[in-house]
Design a protein around this ligand. Structure first.
Ligand code: SF4
Ligand code: SF4
Length: 122
């Protein structure tokens, strides 16, 4: 089964009925040990028309996904199931494998910093 990303951010452009529909997401967190200090860097407010336009351009850009996400292409074990690639800098999380998330499914929650990863586990 494909990876599922449940997400509480209903205002996000990529949220469809509580599921993330983005083709790739980026989670940030650095060296934190707190799940509340992780955040989704792909979050885009639906009301921000400028950003919506920018995202549409990105989807049509061959370079989209290059960078952190490009490493996913060579991450053999993570391709055992069709998954939405998740690049992640929260290196203290046990699901983090070389800046890629190896969790089958994740839960994204509201937090003071925006949308945090509830599946974070240090
Ligand atoms: S906040 Fe992040 S995980 Fe949630 S729907 Fe938006 S892009 Fe997906
Ligand atoms: S579960 Fe861990 S590795 Fe995966 S996105 Fe959340 S914080 Fe990052």
């Amino acid at each position: 089964m494909a990876r599922e990303i449940d997400c509480e951010a209903k205002e996000c452009l990529h949220n469809g009925l509580g599921k993330c529909t983005a083709s790739i997401i980026q989670v940030r967190g650095g060296a934190t040990y707190s799940r509340k200090k992780t955040y989704c860097n792909t979050h885009t407010d639906k009301t921000d028309s400028f950003m919506i336009t920018a995202i549409e351009h990105m989807k049509g850009n061959a370079d989209y996904g290059v960078g952190d996400g490009a490493a996913y292409e060579t991450a053999g074990p993570l391709t055992e199931f069709p998954a939405t690639p998740i690049s992640c800098t929260a290196i203290k999380c046990r699901h983090n494998q070389n800046y890629l998330c190896s969790a089958k499914d994740i839960q994204m929650n509201r937090s003071a910093r925006g949308v945090s990863c509830g599946t974070f586990d240090a």
